[in-house]
Design a binder for this molecule. Structure first.
Ligand code: NAD
Length: 260
């Protein structure tokens, strides 16, 4: 059974990691998927593997988001499913954070979500059959780091991810009677290309071998393993589908018991 049959999805940062896994799962569940990322080569590979449509998009560019959304809706009609997966992890505490770190983290992790939602929500609210709004489900990738749990060495990252939760709840409250739902997914530590890079960077910074760094990341997960991107994608399919029709404004924690 195709749980997303008849729905069109737009996904940011779908080139790798959680965004890519969500794109793959949405295609499997019958959605028409437009996958975007800053990296054209990653999108080419995704298009080859899944047959989905792709759009090169840097989500820190507000004008590019507006142009891309217009193009996508022109070509595919209104989008019912919007997944904001783009995000960057800065390491460091309050003193280590630079003005540039702060600005980039907020631009990529928070402001981009505002801009994509602003671009796609009119299509979701537009009247469809019977004069009812066409409806939609917006899924923002936050993190347990932030509003759920204080995590050391993740100052600006956690600050932005808590902002994503506030943004999500606000959008949900404004549209609760108008057919548009908005929920946040708060993952714990998930195996992804950028997590690998963070492990390598931490080992290169000295003090610990790569194996020790890896072990430390695994050790902070009470379940004794990292999460998998397909586990996050399964939750995204649920939130995108009509099965979750009574769910809005929530933060869905999926963290192997880390915050428990
Ligand atoms: P990742 O970091 O490995 O990949 C990120 C993707 O974003 C890449 O394809 C990259 O090309 C793209 N990207 C980077 N800058 C961009 C920009 N300006 N515009 C468009 N695309 C851009 O993927 P991930 O680790 O799965 O992270 C995805 C999301 O999940 C992020 O929001 C992250 O904060 C969140 N998250 C990840 C984890 C984890 O442990 N991996 C945990 C909690 C939350």
């Amino acid at each position: 059974t195709a749980r997303l049959h008849g729905k069109t999805a737009f996904i940011t940062a779908a080139g790798q990691g959680i965004g890519r896994a969500i794109a793959e799962a949405f295609v499997r569940e019958g959605a028409r998927v437009v996958a975007s990322d800053r990296d054209a080569a990653l999108l080419d590979a995704l298009a080859r593997d899944t047959g989905c449509a792709v759009e090169v998009l840097d989500v820190t560019d507000a004008a590019a988001i507006a142009a891309c959304a217009a193009r996508v809706q022109q070509a595919h009609g209104p989008v019912q499913l919007l997944v904001n997966a783009a995000g960057i992890v800065h390491a460091g505490d309050v003193q280590a954070c630079t003005e540039a770190d702060w600005d980039l983290a907020f631009a990529l992790n928070v402001r981009a979500q505002w801009h994509t939602i602003r671009a796609f929500i009119p299509g979701m609210l537009e009247a469809g059959a019977g004069g009812r709004p066409r409806g939609g489900s917006i899924i923002n990738i936050a993190s347990v780091a932030g509003s759920v749990k204080g995590v050391p060495n993740r100052f600006v990252y956690s600050t932005t991810k808590a902002a994503v939760v506030g943004l999500t709840k606000s959008v949900a409250a404004d549209h609760v009677t108008r057919g548009v739902r908005c929920n946040a997914i708060c993952p714990g530590t998930v195996e992804s290309p950028s997590l690998r890079q963070r492990m390598q960077a931490q080992a290169a910074a000295g003090g610990q071998s790569l194996a020790e760094v890896e072990a430390a990341f695994v050790a902070r997960q009470p379940m004794g393993r990292l999460g998998r991107t397909d586990e996050i994608a399964a939750l995204a399919v649920y939130l995108a589908s009509d099965e979750s029709g009574f769910t809005t404004g929530t933060t869905q924690i999926i963290d192997g018991g880390w915050s428990n």
